[in-house]
Design a protein around this ligand. Structure first.
Ligand code: HEM
Length: 363
């Protein structure tokens, strides 16, 4: 049994997809150390970064695969994934920028933004008390980020309604229940639970399935509908910054916050999994590692697909594709200066000469 678990936990994911552990060991040996250092620095001043990264990773991987398409900024002509409602409160982009800046300084154009997100998430989970694990890398960055493509499950869905989103990505019920364990950290805006606190199913009363002490506590922070601000409350009221199995115990104690989390504890298919994780932290850790690796494998681009972005927020300009042609810095004598063979200077003004300079700048 133990050996089977080991195979599942540690060996299977390493050989799955075309990713591999230590992908950058030759091309950028310090890559993983650089990511880890920047994440650690941030975590020291902001423990909420783990939650930010976990959610970013999920929202990236579930739309077009783990290809960093979520990181792309919109342009005046094209709305990207991040400018859609489910992604408005995704945060942590600045940390990814910082990591990427450090990586570009050490080994330009080698480490993908998709791997940065996956590695940073992995490291931040360990810092928050969660399991440590080896992560296969070698993802490449996508060339498309389209607001229209964003279709993520909402918090009011039932377990049975949410499950198809996961099966569509090659995951099963156990994976979904496990990954929702990420709600062991982080926050939700009150707007997602207004009904539960103030007007459940049109009764003008709180949700009877919520622990009354929790109703009182949350109602103090969250305002009745109509308030202008949208405060936040922790998704796991117990150890709100620690990645552990406490989320499941809270669900069982009627202290789940989001409707989907509550349903995990009441749905006939997911309730036994919730009970097992609540009573066995090691089992949850082991499953969490497997599910996170599975998540990080979703529809990845490998080989020569996609690109390695230099700036995670924008696609590489087409001109950055290396092309034969004169380098920017003057070459040694061997190659004569590009303009040397040109016609006399007087003819090089005006419109015509503008055409040749396009080549070095490239397309
Ligand atoms: C059916 C699936 C899921 C639904 C409906 C869901 C829904 C939500 C909602 C509504 C929030 C609150 C967002 C806000 O108010 O800003 C949230 C937060 C969060 N979710 Fe999920 N989620 C799901 C699955 C996941 C998965 C698979 C992960 C990670 C593996 C995840 C990680 C998180 C984290 C860490 C937060 C806290 C974010 C923060 O503190 O900024 N969620 N989720």
């Amino acid at each position: 049994m133990k050996i089977a678990a080991l195979v599942l936990c540690c060996i299977l994911p390493v050989i799955s997809a075309q990713l591999r552990v230590g992908f950058y060991s030759q091309s950028c040996p310090l890559a993983e150390a650089i990511v880890q250092r920047v994440v650690l620095n941030r975590f020291r001043t902001d423990r909420s970064i783990t939650a930010a990264l976990l959610r970013m990773h999920f929202h990236d991987c579930f739309v077009q695969g783990c290809d960093a398409s979520l990181l792309i900024d919109s342009t005046p002509t094209k709305s990207s994934e991040k400018d859609t409602e489910p992604n408005f409160s995704v945060r942590g982009y600045d940390l990814i920028d910082e990591i990427k800046k450090n990586l570009e300084a050490a080994c330009p154009s080698i480490v993908s933004c998709a791997d940065v997100v996956a590695l940073a998430t992995r490291d931040s989970v360990a810092l928050a008390g969660g399991p440590r694990y080896s992560l296969p890398t070698g993802r490449r960055d996508g060339l498309v980020s389209d607001a229209e493509e964003v279709d993520l499950p909402g918090p009011d869905l039932s377990v049975q309604e949410a499950l198809p989103f996961f099966t569509a990505k090659g995951m099963n019920l156990n994976d979904m229940v496990t990954l929702l364990g990420a709600h062991t950290i982080g926050i939700t805006h009150c707007s997602f639970i207004q009904d539960r606190l103030f007007d459940f199913d049109g009764t003008k009363k709180p949700d009877p399935s919520m622990d009354p002490a929790l109703v009182t506590q949350l109602s103090r922070t969250c305002q009745a509908p109509g308030g202008s601000s949208d405060p936040q409350v922790f998704l796991d009221q117990n150890a709100s910054f620690v990645v552990d199995n406490q989320f499941y115990s809270q669900v069982i104690k009627k202290r789940g916050i989001l409707p989907i989390d509550v349903n995990l504890g009441t749905d006939r298919s997911s309730a036994p999994i919730v009970a097992r994780f609540a009573s066995n932290g090691n089992l949850f850790n082991q499953n969490f590692v497997n599910a996170l690796i599975k998540l990080a494998n979703v529809e990845v681009l490998v080989g020569s697909a996609g690109e390695i972005r230099k700036n995670c927020r924008v696609f590489n300009p087409k001109s950055s594709i290396p092309k034969p042609g004169p380098p920017k810095t003057p070459p040694p004598k061997k190659s004569p200066p590009r303009k040397a063979p040109s016609p006399p200077p007087k003819k090089s003004s005006g419109k015509k000469p503008r055409t040749p300079p396009k080549k070095p700048g490239g397309n």
